[in-house]
Design a protein around this ligand. Structure first.
Ligand SMILES: Cc1cc2nc3c(=O)[nH]c(=O)nc-3n(C[C@H](O)[C@H](O)[C@H](O)COP(=O)(O)OP(=O)(O)OC[C@H]3O[C@@H](n4cnc5c(N)ncnc54)[C@H](O)[C@@H]3O)c2cc1C
Length: 290
């Protein structure tokens, strides 16, 4: 499917970006992986959102989602697992398929995780973020799965269906081991992914696991996990004063661009990023010699 602008993330920033871009006549798709801002939904009371009475984060988020549903923004409730620059635009991958877009607005929120050593080097060459997308490629092979969230269990079961063996590294508390003979639980933390032209193994401090793929299932992914060339500063995506990242055609807004982590700021920044994306597309369209 083809869209002018893709917004990745359906928190206050992403919803503001999508509504703004759509209101300016652009064809917009918004991707949301975890039920529209688990972060804001966890807040007991928000009493500083401009013009609104105090309410729970869930109620505030429901207002934003209701606003979104009154527009023609196309919503895909799936995780973006890949973003590739192709020609003048991008191809966005989710477990159910690919989407062609001309510009991207990143509104993925705060990330608390870092890339594992070797992860960036082997992205697309054995490192994967989706069993639904890539699991079938490893039929009958040995793979590793690193999970920081219980949400990943369905994907891990799917891997166990496809693969000869899955080494599962659960990295969260409250983990309940799956009852599958071809899943081995490894408690020691993974330290490095290694390989030659493709992944050949995963290390811990004291052990080595020979695998052909490493699947990463995180609650929040590192900001550059699906776009390795994205410039990161500390824990934030680098943007200039027009919300443009270092990658042409990719803009960002909200908590992913840094503090203060606030809904008013996130919504305003999402809107600014969308307007910059619209200006970018308008300028690009003018320059095309028909
Ligand atoms: C305890 C706590 C209290 C807070 N109190 C307040 C307060 O009183 N007032 C206030 O204004 N703010 C408060 N905040 C901050 C507020 O929640 C954030 O500033 C706001 O949610 C940021 O919006 P955002 O859209 O930038 O990011 P988020 O709301 O985090 O949304 C990002 C979205 O992107 C999605 N996403 C990420 N990666 C992908 C992917 N690869 N594919 C698809 N979707 C993806 C996530 O699922 C998420 O829904 C509080 C936060 C916390 C944790």
């Amino acid at each position: 499917m083809k869209f002018d602008i893709a917004v990745i993330g359906g928190g206050p920033a992403g919803i503001a970006a999508a509504i703004t871009a759509q209101s300016k006549g652009r064809k917009v798709v918004l991707f949301e992986a975890h039920g529209f801002s688990p972060r804001l939904r966890s807040v007991a009371e928000v009493n500083d959102y401009l013009g609104l009475r105090p309410m729970s984060g869930t109620e505030l988020m429901d207002h934003f989602v209701a606003h979104l549903s009154r527009t023609d923004v196309f919503v895909v409730e799936e995780k973006v697992v890949s973003l590739k620059e192709v020609g003048n635009g991008f191809i966005i991958g989710t477990p159910s398929g690919n989407f062609d877009v001309d510009a991207v607005v990143l509104c993925t929120g705060v990330s608390r995780s870092n890339l594992l050593v070797g992860e960036k080097e082997f992205m697309g060459r054995g490192v994967s973020y989706s069993a639904k997308v890539d699991g079938v490629k490893y039929k009958g092979k040995r793979v590793a799965a690193i999970a920081t969230t219980d949400d990943a269990m369905d994907e891990i079961e799917l891997l166990a269906d496809y693969c000869e063996h899955v080494y599962l590294f659960p990295r969260y508390s409250g983990f309940r081991p799956p009852k599958r003979k071809n899943i081995t639980i490894v408690i020691e933390p993974p330290t490095e992914i290694t390989g030659t032209d493709r992944v050949t193994g995963l290390h811990t401090d004291t052990d080595f696991f020979g695998v052909q793929a490493v699947f990463m299932f995180r609650a929040t992914d590192p900001l550059n996990s699906f776009l390795p060339q994205l410039q990161i500063r500390g824990r934030s995506v680098y943007v200039d004063d027009q919300a443009q990242t270092n990658v042409e055609g990719v803009f960002a807004g909200g908590d992913c661009t840094g503090q203060p982590w606030q809904c008013n700021r996130a919504a305003g920044q999402g809107q600014k990023a969308a307007l910059s994306a619209i200006r970018y597309l308008a300028k690009r369209d003018e320059e095309i010699d028909y």
